[in-house]
Ligand binder design. Structure first.
Ligand code: ADP
Ligand code: ZN
Length: 527
């Protein structure tokens, strides 16, 4: 047994079974628990739902004294304390929402040593007065939950977290364990350095969710694409994430008009409405929640069969977090991303003109957005790209993503490119993608006629191909630098120098076959 433990201390397995009512540890939990009990510092990186809480709760019950848990949100603290108390554990949370009386009672319980776990916000912990008191209580360990908040590299930087480094200096003998669900390598190094952990163990659980199929399709008519996707899996539950509140409302309305049981959810709705949507979803009374990122925190619904991203998320952590809400029951599930490169540009502009005025932070966010876009543009196994981001290297492609199941195909796009580029030239480089495609496909409409573009040599030369096909060609030409979109002039298309040799037929061009359909519906599901 570890030094300092009474002979009568329960074993971790006993605590797991008798207090928490679980039979076995999850992979990794036992090693972490052992190391914390033996007094080591550590960093635990486990995906959401992996079971981080027990990693400090069990040591807290095995080691003598009081465990202090730093947690950023009152709601999270309350949940934890409620479920601990329900299991008969002496736990409490100290936060600003307590009355004077409640605080008084809490402090006297602490003075008597009646509590085993105390949850506290970083602001509270760092008050000089509170740090003084801590020294009087007998501490068993300190745990820092959501430890990525300490790092500017994390997606949720909180300045007060950055000061938690003082803990190790004040209490060098007390084991300090930091836990997070999202940490790329840079964040990880930052957490270790800022907290000053002493010879820490690092537990990195796998981030792989093998039952989730990752796929992407080119977004062109997202509402129709969404409906055709949903039609193929009637009655299944899913979440559709959109960037803006108004979009969630609009999409939910569109789905309801097609007899799909959908509701929207965002932070601008009254709390009562948000709760009722959440409840209805948990009870399977509605199938689809169309939501902003505000939806999902703490929602543990096992049978979410798919998560659709209607818009591009702003970084890979968010994407992973949100797609991770699918398939918690271990059955096959899907993460579908509707991708339009213009979304990347929109997010980029939002960043540049946004409220972020710390230049370092801005650069980090830009960098992360680029990685998100690179994920969407990837021509290699999506799971490899994703896991690689979290520092987890997989040597084999996964066999369960769109790239693996339907490898990207290319074709000789020289003629398509020539048609597209010359049409841009013929309309005077004064129009956007949608209009140029109309001319290419020979649309008979008033605007085209008024411009006299139905007389152009390029009018209708692309009518053998669909609108979506041309959209994909234009996006690729932009991506390859043959065309630019003039942002100050309604995204009008303009040729670049690089377009010339292709236009003149001097250079061949390989293009990717557009990804317009979800590759296949999941196997083995009755409908
Ligand atoms: P995280 O903090 O990593 O997101 P939690 O600690 O909240 O995850 O655990 C997620 C869920 O898994 C909780 O409902 C928890 O009770 C459950 N859980 C954790 N460990 C085990 C285990 N060994 N056996 C069964 N259920 C577990
Ligand atoms: Zn793959």
């Amino acid at each position: 047994s570890a030094p300092g433990l009474a002979a009568s201390a329960p074993t971790p397995l006993q605590v797991l079974r008798e207090v928490f009512g679980y039979q076995e540890f999850r992979p990794g939990q036992q090693q972490v628990v052992q190391q914390v009990i033996s007094g080591c510092d550590g960093l635990v990186i486990m995906p959401t739902g992996g079971g981080k809480s027990l990693c400090y709760q069990i040591p807290a019950l095995v080691r003598p004294g009081l465990a202090v848990i730093v947690s950023p949100l009152i709601a999270l603290m309350k949940d934890q304390v409620d479920s601990l108390r329900a299991n008969g554990v002496a736990a409490a949370a100290l936060h600003s929402a307590l009355s004077r009386e409640e605080q008084f009672d809490l402090y006297s319980a602490l003075a008597k040593g009646d509590l085993k776990l105390l949850y506290v916000s970083p602001e509270r912990l760092l008050l000089p007065d509170f740090l003084e008191r801590l020294a009087d209580w007998r501490l068993s360990l300190v745990a820092i939950d959501e430890a990525h908040c300490i790092s500017q590299w994390g997606h949720d930087f909180r300045p007060e977290y950055a000061q938690l480094g003082c803990l190790k200096q004040r209490f060098p003998q007390i084991p300090l364990v930091a836990l997070t669900a999202t940490a790329d390598d840079a964040t990880r190094q930052d957490i270790l350095a800022r907290l000053g952990l002493q010879q820490p163990f690092i537990h990195l659980a796998s981030f792989d969710r093998p039952n989730i199929r990752y796929s992407l399709i080119d977004k062109y008519k997202p509402n129709e694409q969404l409906v055709s996707y949903l039609d193929r899996q009637p009655g299944q539950c899913g979440i559709v994430y959109c960037t803006s509140r108004s979009r969630t409302e609009e999409v939910a309305r569109f789905l309801r008009a097609r007899n799909i049981r959908a509701a929207c959810y965002h932070a601008g709705l009254p709390a009562a409405e948000r709760n009722s949507v959440q409840e209805a979803f948990l009870r399977d009374d509605i199938d689809i929640v169309v939501a902003t990122v505000a939806f999902g925190m703490g929602i543990d619904k096992p049978n979410v069969r798919f998560v659709v991203h209607y818009d591009l998320p702003k970084n890979i952590e968010s994407y992973y977090q949100e797609t991770g809400r699918a398939g918690r029951d271990g059955l096959s599930a899907e993460a579908l991303l509707l991708y339009d490169p213009a979304d990347t540009e929109r997010l980029r502009r939002m960043l540049d003109s946004g409220e972020q005025n710390n230049p370092d932070q801005l650069r980090i966010e830009q960098f992360k957005l680029n990685l998100m876009a690179a994920f969407a543009e990837a021509q290699t196994c999506r799971r490899q790209v994703l896991l690689n981001y979290f520092g987890e290297y997989q040597s084999e492609p996964c066999g369960n993503c769109d790239i693996c199941l339907d490898p990207p195909r290319t074709y000789d796009g020289s003629e398509d490119a020539r048609k597209a580029l010359s049409c841009v030239y013929r309309v005077g480089q004064r129009f956007g993608i949608g209009y140029v495609i109309e001319v290419l496909r020979g649309a008979q409409n008033q605007r085209v006629r008024e411009q006299g573009h139905d007389k152009l040599s390029t009018f209708g030369i692309g009518k053998d191909r669909s609108h979506e096909h041309w959209l994909s060609v234009f996006r690729q030409l932009i991506h390859m630098g043959l065309l630019t979109q003039n942002i100050t002039r309604h995204l009008t298309l303009q040729l670049t120098e690089a377009a010339r040799p292709v236009l003149r037929g001097e250079q061949a061009l390989q293009l990717a076959v557009p990804r317009l359909e979800v590759i296949s519906s999941r196997k083995g599901r009755s409908r």
